[in-house]
Design a binder for this molecule. Structure first.
Ligand SMILES: [Zn+2]
Length: 404
């Protein structure tokens, strides 16, 4: 099977994850795909194939050299984002893309006016959606690429490599992909997530991240009798939001700039809740942002005594501090990309990856492009040539790791 055949097969599985269910995997559809992948891994003749009850898959391609070579891993996630449905994904291949608008259906058009990077792929073949679902290149492109590369290595025993481990995880999109990842069982010195975006991406820096929930207890009184009695929780919520720096929001920040992102507000006069996420690459600035959040809530409680409580929880940290001591891991990927004609684009992730948490669990794990664009929505697309290059990068990493 080609990388495209595999990809088109996997996107047909509805593996949308959910923050609502509280179980792992968060949705049964992920287990359906997991079982199919387990079967394929066995049919490919891989060793130590395992699928646990949480939906984590591991498998081994054994070394074919006597040289002492470090065991390395490749990781991808099976779930798709809850931001848009992944049910009945109906992909279409646009061959030899002409650089113009691509109508997805009667309603939605994928246009270089909105996504100027599309023109970089003129002459290539793009896989797009039918406008009703996301595509699922995040991260089924990664799964397809890893399996295609492993099959290639099996078919080409003249390429010497060490032990290669494969890890497929559930629930990455809800931030839980590393929760039950057994790093010890995986048994690798380092690994790569194949979960980046456009071709060339190579990432070992991500945000430090915290989640915030603010609860506000007001006092509801009939508005006609409210003078000096009513405490309106919605007004307090509004005040709190207005106190946080207006220019430090996702829509005004880029590169290494962190932010406060208001994720939800709900409530009545009686009670309100406000959700934020806090992000910053720099740990000190990150802690500073958390302090500002705490100070803001404290100030609100001075204005409106006893109304407001803050729950703030760290979610993940910047993997840079874990990867920098083993920079050869990044250098190897850089060298592999260059060797197959891909220009590496090393930049900080404005988000997190499973690899960030795995790095803190003892498995240094930079992120490599899977090739897709516009993840989590109907405008998602992936150039076939990018997926093919990702396959070559995996093969080359395996080869180079054995030559060091
Ligand atoms: Zn992903």
């Amino acid at each position: 099977m080609t990388v495209v055949d595999r990809f088109l097969k996997y996107v047909k599985f509805d593996t949308e994850s959910s923050t609502e269910t509280g179980v792992t995997p968060s949705t049964p559809g992920q287990m359906v795909l997991a079982k199919e992948l387990e079967k394929e891994l066995r049919e490919m003749g891989l060793e130590d194939v395992s699928l646990d009850d949480k939906g984590y898959i591991m498998a081994t391609l054994s070394a074919n050299t006597d040289k002492k070579v470090p065991a390395i891993g490749f990781v991808a996630h099976m779930d798709t984002s809850p931001d848009l449905t992944g049910k009945n994904v109906n992909p279409r291949i646009v061959k030899n893309y002409d650089g113009k608008d691509i109508p997805l259906n009667n309603e939605f058009t994928l246009s270089p006016n909105d996504f100027p990077e599309m023109v970089d792929y003129k002459g290539q073949d793009l896989i797009v959606t039918d406008g009703k679902t996301l595509l699922g290149a995040d991260d089924k492109a990664g799964i397809a690429e890893i399996l295609t590369a492993i099959q290639y290595l099996k078919d080409h025993p003249e390429i010497k490599h060490g032990k290669i481990r494969i890890g497929f995880t559930p629930d990455e999109e809800i931030g839980a992909g590393a929760d039950y990842f057994d790093v010890e069982k995986f048994g690798c010195q380092w690994a790569y997530t194949m979960d980046g975006g456009p071709i060339g991406e190579l990432e070992y820096e991500n945000f430090n991240a915290a989640g915030v929930k603010i609860n506000i207890q007001g006092r509801s009184v009939h508005p006609g009798y409210a003078k000096d009695k009513m405490v309106n929780a919605l007004v307090i919520a509004n005040k709190l939001i207005s106190l946080l720096p207006a220019n430090e929001r996702p829509e005004h920040t880029a590169h290494y700039e962190g932010f406060f992102h208001l994720t939800n507000v709900s409530g009545t006069v009686d009670t309100a809740s406000v959700g934020y996420i806090i992000r910053d690459h720099n740990r000190e600035l990150f802690e500073g942002r958390k302090k500002l959040m705490q100070d803001t809530v404290d100030y609100i409680n001075k204005l409106y005594p006893g109304t407001t409580t803050l729950e703030m929880k760290d979610q993940y940290y910047n993997m840079r501090e874990k990867v920098e001591p083993v920079m050869h891991v990044v250098d190897l990927a850089f060298e592999a990309m260059t060797a197959v004609g891909v220009t590496p684009i090393v930049k900080p992730i404005r988000g997190g990856t499973d690899g960030a948490r795995l790095s803190f669990m003892g498995l240094p794990c930079p992120n490599i492009f899977a090739g897709g664009h516009n993840f989590h929505g109907r405008y998602e697309f992936v150039p076939i040539q990018s997926m093919e290059k990702a396959v070559q990068v995996i093969v080359k990493i395996a080869e180079l790791a054995a030559n060091k």
